[in-house]
Ligand binder design. Sequence first.
Ligand code: NAD
Length: 478
Amino acid sequence: MSANPKVMQGVEPEFKLVIDGKLVDGAATLDVVNPATGKVFTTCARADKAQLDAAVASAKAAFPAWSATSIETRRQALLKIADALSARIPEFAKLLTEEQGKPLAHAAGELGGAVAMLHAFAAMDLPDKVLRDDARETIIQRHAPLGVIAAITPWNFPIVLLMIKVAPALLAGNTVVAKPAPTTPLTTLLFGELCAQILPPGVLNVIVDQNDLGGFLTTHPDVAKVAFTGSTATGRKVMASVASTIKRVTLELGGNDAAIVLDDVNVKETAAKIFQGAMVNSGQVCLAIKRVYVPDAMYEEMCAELAALANAHVVGDGLDAATQMGPLQNKVQFEKVKEFLEDARVNGKIIAGGKALDRDGFFIAPTIVRDIPDGARLVQEEQFGPVLPVLKYSDLNDAIARVNASEYGLGGTVWGKDTKRAVDVAQRIASGTVWVNKHLELPPDIPFGGAKQSGFGTEMGQEGLEEFTQSRIVNIAK
Ligand code: NAD
């Protein structure tokens, strides 16, 4: 696979839609804002409903031939995509920083994660399983592909979250229509362009909207499954709209993950890890630490450590090598996080940060808030920004109850020197993933999914792969 010829010739990519293997102008264009400046830095193609229908039609037309290929052929296609993406990580990473805001090293890390995801799924298999084979009958379970998958992604990790859907969908023999968030369309379009040079026409289509086409995708009669990552509010709408055609659906939604600190930790070391877990990607991580519960006796020291870390954290343009934390991704989120700052000011005590930076772009200073009640918005809701409330507890059972008193149940962390006790606590957290003495490791071969209103279904791992298939039982008389 050669690199993108347009880029090699120094010509800027045009960011066109990918429909039926062709790069297509949009019915309209969409301005894309660099969150580090707050200014439009490029435009891309934007689809209308007719182009969405064309993308679904091309995926539907490509499905019979693609699903009839061997899994080995599809595995090789994923590996080719991984190689092509791997060869262009610097180009994709710079574009990701420009559209998303994260520091360049983190953007390159996300691309590396996407390549790893492709490799991990390429190493998986979907063998037939003989459930019974006796004198009377043979019963076999097959994993048949579903058809056209709608892959709908958010703006916090545009590329790795796309790969979690595209890689298993394609390996299982499905075809895909991908739709990124309107504020981060570029890396997804470039990925679609890259794939168009590797995959047969129609196997992977990419359309871009302005938050106006999602509903058409989720109700489209020719879409078999919706693989959605985004907010719980939108997830509810998606779940309601797939009901009309009984589509398969996976929902990876919001979280309000807690860190529980036990009374035997080294506060300084634990504070550094918690700070990182709360502020990475400017707090815009579904699994970010969004509230911290600390024993009474450690509260002062933990608050002081977290505040010192916040004051020392370097915030700036992700393209600047010194930057440790970039801006919020978009203006809407920036305004929302400012509301949380106001809530913190009224209901708690801000001990670091507490304001937007006085410069262009969507920058919020890393913020630590103490002495805030459980009922405050900042504790109850998903802030999705670099504003961390620190809460006190005197009774561990009570702390666990407070952690679990949430409509969310995505992740969580427990920090303790006595690992056995920490694991016992972890087992009482009503979430899909709980880490003990570490955070945010998501190996592609380990299943991932939310509890309660954080999600429905599983992504990643063998289970995540099988969610892109229909179990088909073949029951044979002897
Ligand atoms: P969002 O729900 O606003 O948008 C997500 C995607 O849905 C976008 O592509 C958007 O265009 C599309 N969309 C909007 N309306 C739609 C509709 N009616 N039907 C179908 N699609 C529609 O989410 P966001 O603000 O982009 O992302 C932030 C949220 O995503 C946070 O809540 C975060 O916790 C969550 N998230 C969850 C995970 C996870 O794996 N659980 C991972 C990352 C982010």
